[in-house]
Design a binder for this molecule. Structure first.
Ligand code: AP5
Length: 287
């Protein structure tokens, strides 16, 4: 387990950047992974404080990163605030396992399962699907080995006090809780213009991220709950629940402005994730 955790940490470090390039601040080492040519800076301050020369310092930093384990991230926000869009970018850069409660529920609906049938009734009303269905479904996915080894990115979960408490009981907490903040008036436009590619799973928007060609455009689908009427109900549900999550995760929550371009939102998230991973590594290195 220790070696797989180490491998996961290194793989997290060596995943190539998607769009964001950044300079390497002084006092950091550029660590190059064994594949894909990716790079990621590590802080070496604690090793430097112990007076180690460069090679042992580098070894200590890699060891600390491996011991710290991968990042665990929660992302929340109103409907259409951009969670899914940002998760695609985070997953590509950090190699985390993306677990979306909404996607898991839609998979149950597509499979025609009893849970899926029940879930759809609530989703059509813009309400939360009952915990009896959601809590175990997400927990089982979260505890699978890939999520434990590579780190997880929980999208749209937990969404209520009871769901957060179910995770707390299992001792599951994120390193960072990102809350996307988008004004309500933008959300309706984003919802009604959203389209999905059933072949690649990619999220499009007719105005903001249009499909690349006619072939893709012709196969795009729309979600059954992406209407103006339903998004208003989903929004109400979001506001009824978000405060309790803000208080449960107050030590790790960060609000990110989600009304700029997709790349600008990701640039901000990328900075936060890098800093969160650095802090985690540094804590281990200093013990
Ligand atoms: P879920 O599928 O999670 O829906 P949601 O929370 O309403 O969020 P969305 O998927 O609608 O939006 P998003 O934030 O991912 O935005 P996206 O990136 O696609 O949940 C659906 C339902 O399932 C719930 O209503 C509930 O019933 C049930 N459910 C889910 N989780 C549950 C739980 N934990 N417990 C109980 N029930 C649960 O972006 C939206 C659009 O905007 C796209 O077209 C995109 O291209 C565009 N866009 C994104 N970012 C930008 C940007 N920066 N600028 C311009 N356009 C952008």
């Amino acid at each position: 387990m220790a070696s797989s955790t180490a491998a996961a940490a290194v793989s997290c470090l060596s995943t190539p950047p998607v769009t964001i390039e950044r300079s390497i601040p002084r006092g950091r080492l550029l660590f190059r992974g064994s594949h894909a040519g990716g790079s990621r800076p590590l802080r070496l301050n604690s090793a430097r404080r112990r007076g180690l020369s460069p090679a042992p310092r580098a070894a200590k930093a890699v060891e600390a990163a491996a011991k710290a384990g991968p990042l665990n991230v929660m992302i929340a926000g109103a409907p259409a605030s951009g969670k899914g869009t940002q998760c695609e970018l985070i997953k590509a850069k950090y190699g985390l396992v993306h677990i979306s409660a909404g996607d898991l529920l839609r998979a149950e609906i597509a499979a025609g399962s009893q849970n899926g049938k029940q879930a759809k009734e609530f989703m059509e009303k813009g309400q939360l699907v009952p915990d009896e269905i959601v809590v175990n479904m997400v927990k089982e996915r979260l505890l699978q080995s890939d999520a434990q080894e590579k780190g997880w990115l929980l999208d749209g979960y937990p969404r209520s006090n009871s769901q957060a408490m179910a995770l707390e009981t299992l001792g599951i907490r994120p390193d960072i809780f990102i809350l996307l903040d988008v004004p309500d008036e933008l959300l309706v436009e984003r919802v009604v213009g959203r389209r999905l590619d059933p072949v690649t799973g990619k999220i499009y928007h007719l105005k903001y991220s249009p499909p690349e060609n006619e072939e893709i455009a012709s196969r795009l689908t729309q979600r059954f709950d992406d209407t103006e009427e339903k998004v208003k109900l989903r929004l109400q549900t979001h506001y009824q629940n978000i405060e309790s999550l803000e208080s449960i995760y107050e030590d790790v929550i960060v609000k990110v402005k989600g009304d700029t371009t997709v790349d600008d939102v990701f640039a901000e998230i990328n900075k936060l994730l890098t800093s969160s991973f650095d802090k985690k590594t540094e804590m281990v290195a200093s013990t």
